[in-house]
Design a protein around this ligand. Structure first.
Ligand SMILES: NC(=O)c1ccc[n+]([C@@H]2O[C@H](COP(=O)([O-])OP(=O)(O)OC[C@H]3O[C@@H](n4cnc5c(N)ncnc54)[C@H](O)[C@@H]3O)[C@@H](O)[C@H]2O)c1
Length: 261
């Protein structure tokens, strides 16, 4: 199995991509610390998973450094040694610069940028102390391409892509690899939630536009992102670090008409 010997901490694990990664990591033999703000949903979704005897469900708010330190200490006490960290939790607001409030900016940067900072700062020393490990960050196509009406979110995801490269450069000699995944639209509760919040009554049309955005003609499935994550967290990618990996159904390939969405 491709992740034998790996202990993977996943943040935001109750969500669409997070849970797909938990399932894929378990299938590949990893021990998984699945964490989220929403532990009720997380416990429900982890119940009965194949390989579920290797999953630990924990509450973790990535904006709470004390809670993160407490999780780090309790895992250490239990002899759980994280060697793969997946920073996946995120918040989103929709809109252009003039639509965004300072509260939106603080909320999204707080979860996406500060959250990654907090969790990585807490777990990286242990990984370095044990001879190395892997950091995988969930960025977005919005990290590499300006997407309409995603001003605040795109800023946060562009920061994540550069934080990933900085970690890769600064800790390469410590045996740390860092990469990020940059998906276009993935069909998860993230999409459903923001369509319901920002486009009430237009959800179906907006959903179709989001699907057409990928030249392949549909949204990405969470398990397709998880497949890339397995590769990037396994030793198969030992020579891969500092990378931003696009999974986009052809958006970045070149000259094709992209619909709104
Ligand atoms: N769905 C997409 O189209 C898409 C596209 C590109 C990138 N992404 C990125 O992929 C990642 C996962 O997205 P998803 O679609 O699975 O989202 P999702 O909304 O399904 O899941 C996100 C999870 O993060 C958790 N979360 C939110 N704030 C948190 C906090 N402060 N601490 C801990 N957990 C918190 C939520 O409870 C939720 O379970 C995110 O980083 C997102 O930005 C998603």
């Amino acid at each position: 199995m491709r992740l034998n010997g790996k202990t993977c901490l996943v943040t935001g694990a109750a969500g669409g991509i997070g849970m797909a990664m938990v399932e894929a990591f378990l299938r590949e033999g990893a021990v998984v610390v699945a964490s989220d703000l929403d532990t009720a949903l997380l416990s429900e979704r982890c119940a009965g998973l194949p390989g579920g005897e290797r999953v630990l469900v924990r509450r973790l708010d990535v904006t709470d450094p004390k809670g993160i330190a407490a999780l780090d200490a309790s895992l250490a006490d239990a002899g759980v040694q994280v060697n793969v960290l997946v920073n996946n939790a995120a918040a989103i607001t929709i809109g252009k610069l003039l639509d965004a409030s300072l509260e939106d900016l603080r909320l999204v940067l707080g979860v996406n940028v500060e959250g990654l900072f907090n969790v990585t700062k807490a777990f990286l020393p242990g990984m370095i102390g044990r001879g190395g490990g892997t950091v995988l960050n969930m960025a977005s196509l919005a990290s590499v391409r300006a997407m309409r009406e995603r001003f605040v979110y795109s800023a946060s995801k562009a920061a994540i892509a550069m934080m990933t490269r900085s970690i890769a450069v600064d800790y390469v000699a410590d045996g740390i690899r860092a990469n990020c995944i940059c998906p276009a639209r993935v069909h998860t509760p993230f999409i459903e939630n923001y369509l319901a919040r920002y486009y009430p009554g237009e959800e179906k049309e907006r959903f179709e536009a989001l699907s057409r955005y990928q030249p392949v003609g549909r949204m990405i499935r969470p398990d397709e992102v998880a497949a890339m994550a397995v590769y990037l967290c396994s030793d198969e990618s030992a020579m891969v670090t500092g990378g931003s990996f696009v999974i986009d159904g052809g958006v970045m390939a070149g000259d094709q008409p992209l619909p709104e969405g």
